[in-house]
Design a protein around this ligand. Structure first.
Ligand code: CO
Length: 459
């Protein structure tokens, strides 16, 4: 039996531990070595990396991708895409989604892992279709959550729908690290029995279950696991690559990874990690194990948001009430998976319900949009009274929300004008308008300075 590995240090580990602050220049020197490790894929783009490049790192995300591609010609490059939301939280029109997918592949992406926060497959179908049209691998990701309406049957149904769309692999995406070893075993086994595609497991070590869960998943036939090189593993990140490779080899699995190359990679990243610890970008707390998510069935990140909100308002005495209200709000909303942006929406609404002292007296704009159907189909039934309160006599959107949107690419291209030097620039602008425009201005300024400088030198 063979097990393959996706290395996450450049994307999820970077995002989970140091808020995606790793600039290209810091890992440029190890890419050629990473290319020789024997990974199934390198998760290196999408998620928060794109935003972070423009907002904090003063980097062109597209150029970053092209540079990684040039240094890693032999390894599949992978990105994470939020379906119709691309890298953000609202829906984009289909022409923008198609152009984004096409350009991602053109610039070097081989595998696009596509998910929707509500597991509404209508929100991933356009991205999957375009991925396939451009000859890349579409991986459908199931957001794993626990609720009375989420069970093996519902996940199998979802996986089958993804397979029908043409997804070549199916990934179980456990963003909160709450998937237990036996649940993983049963889920992988059930998926293997019901779909033909390879199965991938993505989990986090947040609650300490990570390594146990991956091991049991592999025993159930999981084909690929997501891990992070050890210096960037553990806590809110993934399980350590070297440890999993070592243990699974010992169990008799066929592992393609070269342990001596992995050591070289880890030796490279270790001082970088130490530097981030020293600077404070890496908070040791995120490296520790936090089992609260298991007690409350609320992801760790969401719990810390709740605490922050209540502390800011000097209302920590209401913490228990909010903890009790949260699952009720989630139930009223039809049990959405607690992943961004639903985790924030549910958390804020629960807090408001408690602090105002009356449930749904104030309803956030986002929750209203969700109830209208602007995010997609709720997994379960939305509470009838709440629905009536928000919609009145209006009907919720029945079809795909993106079908109500006007095409957006050409309009944005006109809007940003000459500041955009390529279609990629236009896409950066569509994804993060303010950050992209500021980045273009700075780039222009830099180019001017370089030009002046070169003239001086000629003189
Ligand atoms: Co993740």
């Amino acid at each position: 039996m063979k097990v393959q590995f996706t290395e996450t240090v450049l994307r999820d580990a970077n995002q989970s531990l140091i808020a995606t602050r790793l600039p290209y220049s810091e890992f440029d020197g190890i890419l050629e070595t990473m290319d020789k490790a024997g990974y199934y894929s390198l998760e290196c783009w999408g998620g928060a990396t794109f935003d972070s490049c423009l907002r904090y790192l003063d980097e062109d995300p597209w150029e970053r991708l092209r540079k990684i591609r040039a240094k890693c010609p032999n390894t599949k490059l992978q990105m994470l895409l939020r379906g119709q939301n691309l890298l953000g939280y609202h829906h984009y029109p289909d022409d923008v989604v198609r152009m984004f997918v096409k350009k991602s592949i053109e610039n070097g992406i081989d595998i696009i892992r596509i998910f929707d926060a509500l597991n509404d497959v209508r929100n991933i179908e356009v991205a999957v279709d375009e991925t396939l049209k451009n000859g890349a691998i579409a991986s459908g990701a199931i957001c794993y959550t626990q609720s009375p309406i989420h069970n093996l049957e519902s996940y199998i149904k979802l996986a089958k729908q993804m397979e029908e769309l043409g997804c070549q692999t199916i990934c179980i995406k456990d963003m909160a690290g709450i998937l237990g070893p036996n649940e993983a075993y049963d889920m992988v086994k059930a998926l293997k029995e019901n779909v033909k595609t390879p199965i991938i497991l993505h989990t986090h070590c947040t609650t300490g279950l990570g390594m146990l869960t991956l091991q049991k998943a592999v025993e159930a036939g999981c084909d690929v696991i997501d891990t992070a090189i050890s210096s960037f593993s553990g806590g809110t990140s993934q399980a350590p690559t070297e440890t999993m490779a070592y243990a699974l080899k010992q169990e008799g699995y066929d592992v393609d990874l070269d342990l001596s190359v992995l050591k070289e990679i880890n030796d490279f990243f270790k001082p970088i990690k130490d530097e981030y610890l020293k600077k404070g970008t890496l908070n040791p707390l995120v490296l520790s194990t936090d089992t609260n998510a298991l007690n409350y069935q609320i992801p760790g990140g969401m719990l810390s948001n709740l605490v922050a909100q209540l502390t800011a308002q000097n209302k920590m005495d209401k913490f228990n009430d909010v903890l009790l209200e949260t699952p009720k709000v989630r139930k009223d909303l039809g049990y959405p998976p607690l992943v961004t942006p639903m985790s924030q929406m549910v958390g804020v609404q629960a807090t408001v319900n408690v602090l105002v002292g009356e449930r749904y007296k104030n309803i956030s704009k986002e929750v209203k949009a969700y109830i209208k159907g602007e995010y997609g189909r709720a997994p379960g039934e939305i509470d009838k009274d709440l629905m009536k309160k928000v919609l009145g006599d209006e009907e919720p959107i029945k079809g795909r929300f993106a079908d109500t949107l006007e095409p957006g690419f050409e309009k944005a291209k006109k809007e940003i004008g000459e500041k955009a030097k390529s279609d990629e620039d236009v896409l950066s602008y569509i994804a993060f308008p303010t950050q992209a425009e500021a980045f273009f201005d700075k780039r222009e300024e830099k180019a001017k300075n370089t030009f002046k400088y070169s003239i001086k030198r000629i003189d």
